[in-house]
Design a protein around this ligand. Structure first.
Ligand SMILES: [Zn+2]
Length: 128
């Protein structure tokens, strides 16, 4: 066996490792990155106050402490804050969310909008 053969085998091993890594990354992405949620859960000061199905377009004004108002919009299976009267408007500037575990946070209003799966419905959220 010459040097070239050994080099070729090493390259094949490197290629196999790279392919495995790519496949593993794709699988991780499939499991954790692409899970579409079923509900947008509204938490005020850490307490769930409402949940809305993502498959039903709606628009609702959430009232928080200190006259806070955030308009939650659900459209096309995604949830976002359409308008708010908080000082920083970080929540209103957040992109629409639809995947399990994604959140929109309004710190001034202690408001969290979180995407969950139907299997979480009514259960205790161990991840929180
Ligand atoms: Zn806000």
């Amino acid at each position: 066996m010459g040097t070239n053969d050994r080099k070729k085998i090493r390259n094949d091993i490197i290629l196999a490792v790279v392919l495995l890594a790519v496949a593993a990354a794709a699988m991780l992405f499939w499991h954790f990155g692409k899970v579409e949620g079923d509900f947008a859960v509204v938490l005020i000061d850490g307490v769930e106050t409402a949940r809305y199905a993502l498959d039903t377009d709606t628009e609702v004004v959430i009232h928080t402490d200190n006259a806070g108002e955030n308009t939650l919009v659900i459209a096309g299976g995604k949830a976002y804050v359409g308008a708010a009267n908080c000082p920083d408007l970080v929540c209103a500037g957040h992109r629409a969310i639809s995947r399990v575990g994604e959140t929109i946070v309004c710190l001034p209003h202690k408001l969290v909008i979180k995407i969950t799966a139907a299997s979480d419905a009514g259960g205790v959220d161990m991840a929180a």
